[in-house]
Design a protein around this ligand. Structure first.
Ligand code: AP5
Length: 210
């Protein structure tokens, strides 16, 4: 699943994982988890993520190879936020070939105004990771998760300076991949401006057509 920061990749891949039974692999979530350790690598990861820059391709390669080798990935998996560079796309091509998988790419697109509102309004559950938005998808009780009542928090990279850097990294490094997959006939583009349910319905329709 590809798309700019805030396009709705995490929201949709969680729903797809529930519906189709493939594990959702969010590189952002995995990297944030890794960054909690007390090691020099973790500290470096934390800084890079908060600044809005991309983490190195080497770290991503180790992470993806290891996570996709797990038992729950043997029938396929849903990648959320990977690949983001041409080096990562090449790695995924090799990996898919070795694992006997086919790659299908969905790209969710929406306007810059909408992206900024989605990012500034996002709140995430500290326990289960459920994603809310104070403008578009507020929790029933302000500041707390509907699922488990745990507090919601704002991500450290959802503030203005980091958001600008993330959007710039997307334009420069990731957007060219859309063309790469379009030329290979593996891309389906989805209008991400619609409601969560409408985007999900479109994605499901495209998947069921495969
Ligand atoms: P990551 O966590 O992947 O961040 P991102 O790509 O910037 O994407 P987001 O998680 O911000 O947005 P999303 O598209 O998932 O939208 P969401 O569903 O949350 O990565 C974080 C960092 O990790 C990167 O900056 C980088 O440093 C590093 N990293 C990760 N992968 C990497 C890689 N491959 N290579 C190198 N570095 C990597 O939705 C956003 C908001 O909108 C929410 O509030 C949600 O409730 C709301 N919303 C969603 N859909 C709708 C809708 N249809 N209508 C209304 N509101 C909606």
């Amino acid at each position: 699943m590809m798309g700019a920061p805030g396009a709705g990749k995490g929201t949709q891949t969680r729903l797809l994982s529930e519906k189709y039974g493939y594990p959702q692999i969010s590189t952002g979530d995995l990297l944030r988890e890794m960054s909690q350790a007390e090691t020099p690598l973790a500290r470096q990861l934390k800084e890079t993520i908060s600044s809005g820059a991309l983490v190195s391709d080497e770290v991503l390669a180790d992470l993806i190879i290891s996570r996709t080798s797990a038992e729950d990935c043997k029938n396929g998996y849903i990648l959320d936020g990977f690949p983001r560079t041409l080096i990562q796309a090449n790695l995924l091509d090799d990996l898919a070939q070795r694992q006997g998988n086919e790659i299908r790419v969905f790209s969710v697109a929406l306007s810059m105004d909408c992206l900024l509102k989605r990012l500034s309004g996002r709140r995430t559950c500290t326990l289960c990771g459920e994603i809310y938005n104070i403008f578009f998808r507020p929790p029933k009780r302000e500041g707390f998760c509907d699922n488990d009542q745990a507090p919601l928090q704002q991500r450290s990279d959802d503030f203005e300076e980091s958001v600008n850097r993330r959007l710039a990294a997307y334009q420069e490094m990731t957007l060219p991949l859309i063309d790469y997959y379009r030329k290979g006939g593996r891309l389906k583009e989805i209008d991400g401006q619609r409601s969560v349910a409408e985007v999900f319905a479109k994605l499901s329709e495209s998947i069921d057509d495969i």
